[in-house]
Write a protein that binds this ligand. Structure first.
Ligand code: LP5
Ligand code: MN
Length: 240
């Protein structure tokens, strides 16, 4: 059976077309694999596991149905849903993954990441990341009321958009030497990540490979790994 990986779905109550496509994907394609890896930014924003609304409840039930059907579901944080916690993972029957995580499959060592940590030139973002991933900061944020958290998330999105309008496309892409360093450090053959929204397959140093997942905006993107196929990894794009 194959392994399925996807990221950057950016589920948002304002994009019901994406939510519908994801729901369909979970009810069909995702049921045919042995494990499903969600590699970050599954949600456009996540302000805490204690926030619920019908939109979120429906996604949770759809994910729960996948894990209940026997598919192993894994969740890795992205830079939008880094506040997803153990409660959410318990609710959907998923295992929370570290970034990076090593997956051994089909005789390959495959390094899974969200991808934001690879953008070493984006110094301001990495500063923000350090703050946002600090458990003490997260505790402080999660102790605030839901309306306060919504306001903070909106403020962050505005600040981020302002900041991004001044950054070059290069700064916001991965630092290739960092990819090579991590592939070597972890003795991996292949890296799979999302975040940059630049789906592609890259050759890295020492004959290693990197596959970048795409974001679910105009199309849906996922990757399948199947050891019973000539080509182990296949990046798939489908109409939304
Ligand atoms: O997400 P994307 O692709 O648009 O941009 C990222 C980087 N930006 C971010 C910031 C997030 O988008 C913020 C939104 C998170 C939503 C949910 C969190 C809610 C938790 C808290 C509330 C309960 O990740 C962007 C990168 C880009 O990718 C490419 O890699 O460049 O980085 C930035 O733009 C960061 C800025 O450079 C600097 C920081 C701006 C935020 C400042 C926060 C101020 C907090 C105010 C309230 C206390
Ligand atoms: Mn991201």
């Amino acid at each position: 059976m194959s392994i399925l990986l996807t990221s950057d779905i950016h589920l948002d109550p304002k994009r019901l077309d994406i939510a519908k496509a994801f729901d369909h994907f979970l009810a069909t394609t995702a049921r045919e694999c042995e494990s499903l890896y969600l590699l970050g930014d599954i949600f456009e924003a996540w302000i805490g596991d204690d926030f619920s609304m019908p939109f979120v409840d429906q996604i949770k039930s759809a994910l729960r149905a996948v894990s209940d059907s026997g598919v192993a579901v894994y969740f890795m944080h992205g830079n939008r849903d880094f506040l997803v916690g153990q409660d959410f993972c318990n609710d959907i029957g998923a295992t929370l993954l570290d970034d990076p995580t090593m997956l051994e499959y089909g005789g390959q060592r495959i390094l899974l990441m969200h991808g934001d940590n690879l953008c070493l030139e984006d110094v301001d973002y990495l500063e923000f990341r350090k703050m946002a991933r600090n458990p003490a900061w997260q505790q402080q944020i999660l102790s605030k009321s839901i309306p306060e958290r919504i306001a903070i998330a909106e403020q962050m999105r505005n600040d981020s958009q302002d900041a991004m309008s001044t950054k070059s496309a290069d700064i916001m892409d991965v630092t290739v030497s960092e990819v090579d360093r991590l592939l070597a450090k972890h003795q991996a053959d292949l890296m799979i990540h999302g975040h940059t929204h630049r789906p592609n397959t890259h050759k890295q140093a020492d004959d290693k490979q990197r596959i970048v997942l795409g974001d679910w905006d105009k199309s849906l993107w996922y990757l399948t790994l199947d050891e019973n196929r000539d080509e182990l990894a296949k990046l798939i794009k489908q109409p939304l």
